[in-house]
Design a protein around this ligand. Structure first.
Ligand code: ZN
Length: 370
């Protein structure tokens, strides 16, 4: 079997993904879901005019019975006539979805619905910040929160495969890496409760959550780098996490850094030197479209190949669940194929590394059934 055939047939583990959007999408709604900007798209601009937009027209149009590169209007008209979720999810070739249920969960399919639509297994990843916010909404006294949070996490992680933190969004990585004392936590909870205890942004509480997460033993995912308007990209630089990574290393918890662009080379270094650091180029691969091979090649520079994970980070249109997989397969085939052609790698090694990246590393890390 050729390298291209092997990668085309490889069942992927999508280790960071969200649900698919339920219901119809008009052009305005669809365009708003294929950008990371939450600002209204100006009338003179189309988000189809982007690497992601052109990739949708190229790779998703044939699944809807259209020619590659169909116009956005033709594409959306064909989409409205069919069941795009079933078509696109089934074509992605993903055996397992690890679903982050902490972002706009009501707007998209839940874990079981995604499994039913795709015919794949789906597993939950629990967001730490959402769980603290849930506890705060149900506990009237600050003193009860630490115990209630641990109990809540015990229940929520009983069937989950991992935990996730969005500290990059809520504060950035420029926080004190040390585990906060009980006194510091209670003081921070007091401040937060006095302010209404809605969205948790206090750096003491966020790093308390990170330490609680690291102490639970499940793999801990952290958003890194590129994301939506809520983010300050400067403080989403993973090098700012170095000291925290050093401090949690003795706990033995494995840390998966998500997305990472444009800091994927920095993350490659962290994965190189720290045994507990993994990473993916999800979200990035689909947003850079025809440039995916360049980014994938950079991801293969310093990181040990046992540290690479595949994800789409799709949220909303099932085009994103499908494209994450298609563009990853194309880029990995092209880059690894190039190494083989140059006689730097054997074909067997290329197949083996592609399999580690697309499937086996995630199966081992999250203890998934094979
Ligand atoms: Zn995500």
């Amino acid at each position: 079997m050729s390298l291209a055939d092997h990668i085309a047939d490889l069942s992927l583990v999508d280790h960071h993904v969200h649900g698919a959007f339920k219901g119809r999408l008009d052009r305005t709604a669809f365009e708003q879901l294929i950008t990371e900007s939450d600002r209204p798209v100006p009338p003179w601009l189309s988000t189809f005019d982007s690497q992601l937009g052109l990739a949708i027209r190229r790779y998703c149009a044939p699944l809807l019975g259209l020619q590659p590169h169909a116009s956005p209007d033709d594409y959306l008209a064909a989409r409205a006539q069919q069941d795009p979720n079933t078509l696109l999810l089934n074509a992605a070739g993903v055996s397992d979805y690890l679903v982050d249920t902490g972002y706009q969960a009501d707007a998209v399919t839940g874990v079981d619905e995604l499994a039913a639509l795709s015919g794949s297994r789906a597993h939950e990843v629990v967001r730490l910040e959402s769980e603290l916010e849930y506890v705060a909404a149900h506990e009237s006294t600050v003193a009860a929160v630490p115990h209630a949070l641990l109990q809540r996490l015990e229940e929520r992680t009983a069937g989950a495969v991992g935990l996730k933190s969005i500290v990059a969004y809520r504060h950035g990585f420029d926080f004190d890496p040390a585990e906060p004392s009980t006194r510091e936590v209670l003081a921070a909870l007091d401040r937060w409760y006095s302010a209404g205890a809605d969205r948790v942004t206090d750096p003491v509480l966020l790093r308390w959550l990170l330490w609680i997460g690291a102490r639970r033993g499940l793999p801990l995912q952290l958003h890194v780098g590129f994301g939506d308007t809520d983010l300050n990209l400067r403080t989403a630089d993973p090098l700012l996490l170095t000291e925290w990574l050093r401090q949690v290393e003795p706990l033995g918890t494995q840390v998966a850094l998500l997305h990472c662009y444009p800091f994927h080379r920095e993350v490659g270094y962290l994965a190189h030197v720290f045994p507990h650091v993994y990473f993916d180029l999800g979200l990035t691969t689909m947003y850079v479209g025809a440039r995916a091979a360049a980014v994938i090649a950079e991801g293969l520079e310093l990181a040990p190949f046992g540290k690479l994970l595949y994800s789409s980070d799709a949220f909303g249109p099932a085009e994103l669940h499908y494209l994450g997989a298609v563009l990853w397969r194309r880029a990995v085939t092209s880059v690894l194929g190039g190494f083989v052609e140059q006689d730097d790698w054997s074909a067997e090694d290329a197949v083996r590394v592609a399999t580690l990246w697309g499937r086996d590393n995630a199966r081992r890390l999250y203890r998934l059934p094979s």
